[in-house]
Design a protein around this ligand. Structure first.
Ligand code: HEM
Ligand SMILES: [Ca+2]
Length: 658
């Protein structure tokens, strides 16, 4: 970088700091429910991210966008530190150390320990690029670039230059145009398992105020670049409607900006991007510490009359159910979000502890750490096998599954490719893998398998961060039984009432929650998705000039629906487009979602040094041949039977079918 460029950068940073000091970010007046809570390390990144976003804006305004190509982003970290314009930028190691009081990850990638077991944060998985796909790594744009109106952060606009239609309007029209349908074959466990996989891979934290405050983003005229309020149409049937004199908006906080160089806003994923059961073991060192018992390799549990439960999290301020029905502490902050999650979380914890006890019985002299890490390694291997062997073919269909080399081998080994970045694609995280929101039904019927009767039906709509139901009626096991024996919904453009109206609604306070479908649509714009049609070429679908060109993938009715929503075919949001596509053969999603999901799971498999089928090499101790042979026999059904032996006596032959 030339001295002149450097001087321009330093000036822009100085000016940006002053602008941020003057910027009014409105914190919420009273606490609001949220799932996308940013942890400490993400907030550290945001301090720099917000500064660089503002500095980019200044440079583009003053020097034009071409100037950005003269800036060497590798030098920016140092300049930011030297210019002292933010509290000293923390390096990755400092972020790890920021978890003071918690166990430490060994960040020396050359040390042997990291080669034996995965780190908690995912650091050192890729030895050439130690922070690739670790907790807080950036989301990767599927087409290589993001789409913002100003190339920096402003939400995409319609081809006409005006605003795109409100996501709530889109959600309403999709719902009205489609008849809700239940899946005639698949059960609700496929939805719930999918959400666990989603939470393992993705956690996009929301932006906060400069001091970590929750932002108020419900003012339709909010000037904050961290807010994108969702306008409620005048004919809305649930949320307070907009009127000719006053617009009403559903609150929407943008994804936390973790950009560490000049250029566009950069969303991040706060969990490890690897498929590594971070939902169980945590993605930060403090989470990992909180869930461990630190004796005999065990994880903490609670014994209740409803069976084994995860330990309490008495500090979760989002918890709506009161003492003694505390919310739970698991490896992921969203574990008490709705009734379907704690049962699967506790199942993994029970299985971990069973394996740990077995190891201890076989080798009584092993210490806590070794037992914990060994059990964790076996658990992750079993779970990866379930995802690749049992779950994925149902989602993307057998042909793509096989041609993408996602099917586990019957024998032999896979080969790790250090050139593959396992990091999440933004379009997977905030688009394609959210197909499950259309699978979600309104309720969770609980079944007592001893008499096969439904004992209770628990609605998602008034059970967000209420865990009282987990302590009653047979506990988690009856939820799992219910999921196995009740159907899931078809993936299409119709959604369950609670999903569209009552996410995180507080009991007795109608419209205090959110519409998940409009959040998905806005999230896609927030993180810079291109319009749906831009992805089709990569998928191998024919180009689109008019709405009618979409008929082969969507059918006339869906195309009519999209015409009602968008003025130009190039305006269609990715999430709306993929849900409007008809499923491909033997899949539950259409060609575009299937393609993005397949590409992601390829990266997740071949870019993970610890993927369970990889050959053991000098640097990473993979599974032995015997261990791998055992892992290849692992099934989700088997784990369910072992976790709930007194309640669940049999499971479906195909675990994802009723
Ligand atoms: C009852 C079921 C479910 C509910 C209530 C639910 C709710 C939510 C909510 C509130 C968000 C955050 C939205 C945002 O702020 O942008 C989210 C994100 C997400 N959901 Fe779901 N979800 C459910 C099931 C599923 C399923 C079955 C899948 C996939 C198969 C899935 C995949 C995702 C993904 C990939 C994200 C992004 C994660 C993140 O950035 O944190 N969800 N979901
Ligand atoms: Ca993970």
């Amino acid at each position: 970088m030339t001295p002149a460029v450097r001087a321009t950068v330093e000036n822009a940073l100085k000016q940006a700091r002053m602008n941020l000091d003057r910027r009014v970010e409105r914190p919420v007046k009273e606490f609001r429910m949220q799932t996308q809570v940013a942890l400490k390390a993400a907030k550290e990144l945001q301090t720099v991210g917000n500064l660089l976003e503002e500095a980019t804006r200044i440079i583009v305004t003053q020097n034009g966008s071409n100037f950005l190509s003269q800036i060497d982003n590798n030098e920016i970290q140092k300049i930011v530190e030297e210019s002292n314009s933010v509290t000293k930028q923390k390096s990755q190691n400092a972020i790890l150390a920021a978890d003071s009081g918690c166990i430490k990850d060994d960040t020396d990638c050359q040390s042997r320990k990291n080669f034996l077991y995965r780190t908690i944060t995912g650091i050192c998985n890729n030895l050439n690029s130690p922070t690739a796909a670790n907790a807080n790594a950036p989301l990767r744009p599927f087409l290589g670039t993001q789409n913002y109106n100003d190339q920096i952060s402003e939400i995409r606009r319609a081809v006409s230059g005006g605003a795109l239609p409100s996501p709530r309007l889109i959600s309403n029209i999709m719902q009205k145009s489609t008849v809700e349908a239940i899946d005639s074959v698949k059960n609700n466990l496929i939805m719930q398992f999918g959400q666990m996989v989603a939470h393992d891979l993705v956690f996009g934290p929301s932006a906060t105020g400069p001091n970590g405050e929750q932002l108020a983003c419900d003012d339709c005229n909010s000037p904050s670049p961290n807010c994108a309020p969702i306008e409620v149409p005048a004919d809305d049937e649930y949320f307070p409607k907009s009127t000719p004199t006053k617009k009403n908006c559903i609150s929407f906080t943008r994804a936390l900006n973790g950009q560490q160089g000049f250029g566009p806003r950069q969303p991040i994923g706060q969990t490890t991007h690897f498929l590594d059961l971070s939902i169980v073991y945590g993605s930060s060192l403090c989470e990992a510490t909180d869930v461990r018992l630190f004796a005999d390799g065990l994880l903490k549990t609670i014994q209740s009359t409803a069976g084994t439960l995860p330990p309490f999290d008495k500090n979760d301020t989002r918890c709506q159910s009161k003492d003694p029905f505390f919310c739970f502490k698991c490896g992921d902050l969203r574990s008490s979000f709705h009734p379907g999650l704690p049962p699967l979380h506790v199942m993994f914890v029970i299985e971990h502890n069973r394996i740990a006890r077995e190891i201890k019985a076989l080798k009584p002299t092993l210490n806590d750490e070794t037992i914990y890490q060994t059990a964790r390694r076996i658990m992750i291997a079993q779970y990866q096998h379930m995802v690749y062997n049992e779950y994925l073919p149902h989602i993307i269909g057998v042909n793509l599954y096989v041609s993408s080399k996602l099917k586990p081998l019957a024998s032999g080994r896979t080969k790790y490719d250090p050139k593959v970045d396992a990091g999440m694609f933004g379009e997977f995280a905030a688009g394609a893998f959210r197909f499950g929101h259309s699978q979600a039904r309104r309720d969770f019927p609980r079944i007592n398998t001893r008499n096969s009767a439904i004992v209770e039906v628990v609605d998602i709509g008034n059970n967000g961060f209420y865990t009282d139901s987990q302590y009653k009626n047979g506990g988690p096991a009856t939820f799992v039984a219910g999921m196995m024996h009740s159907p899931t919904m078809v993936v299409d453009t119709a959604f369950a009432f609670s999903i569209r109206n009552q996410i995180l609604e507080i009991r007795g306070k109608p419209a205090s929650g959110f519409d998940l479908i409009s959040m998905n649509l806005m999230r896609g714009r927030d993180v810079g998705f291109h319009p749906y049609v831009a992805y089709r070429a990569k998928v191998g679908l024919p180009p689109v000039n008019t709405f009618d060109d979409l008929i082969p993938q969507m059918g006339q009715n869906k195309v009519n629906m999209l015409k009602k929503i968008y003025r130009d075919v190039r305006d269609i949001d990715l999430f709306a487009g993929i849900l409007a596509e008809n499923p491909i053969s033997t899949a539950i999603v259409g060609p575009t979602a299937a393609f993005i999901i397949a590409e992601q799971f390829k990266a997740t498999k071949f870019g993970d040094h610890f993927y369970y089928e990889n050959a053991p090499e000098q640097t990473v101790r993979g599974l032995t041949d015997g261990e791998l042979a055992e892992t290849r026999k692992a099934t989700l059904g088997g784990m369910i039977c072992r976790a709930f032996p007194s309640n669940i006596l049999k499971v479906p032959q195909n675990i994802f079918q009723t």
